[in-house]
Design a protein around this ligand. Structure first.
Ligand SMILES: [Zn+2]
Length: 57
């Protein structure tokens, strides 16, 4: 399982944590969250950065 937390990319006021079975699934959830909650549309740079913080368990 892969997981991502907004805390890990410096968004300390957001407690959102998401997890998914695959990278593509995780990115889809993160992109949706980023847009709806943070008003940010993910581009390649942001996706690469987000992926560096993804934890797998
Ligand atoms: Zn967030």
């Amino acid at each position: 399982m892969l997981s991502f937390a907004c805390h890990d990319v410096g968004l300390l006021d957001c407690d959102c944590k998401v997890s998914a079975a695959t990278k593509d699934e995780l990115l889809a959830i993160v992109a949706d969250h980023a847009l709806k909650v943070h008003g940010v549309a993910l581009n390649g740079t942001l996706i690469d950065y987000a992926l560096t913080t993804v934890k797998s368990s």
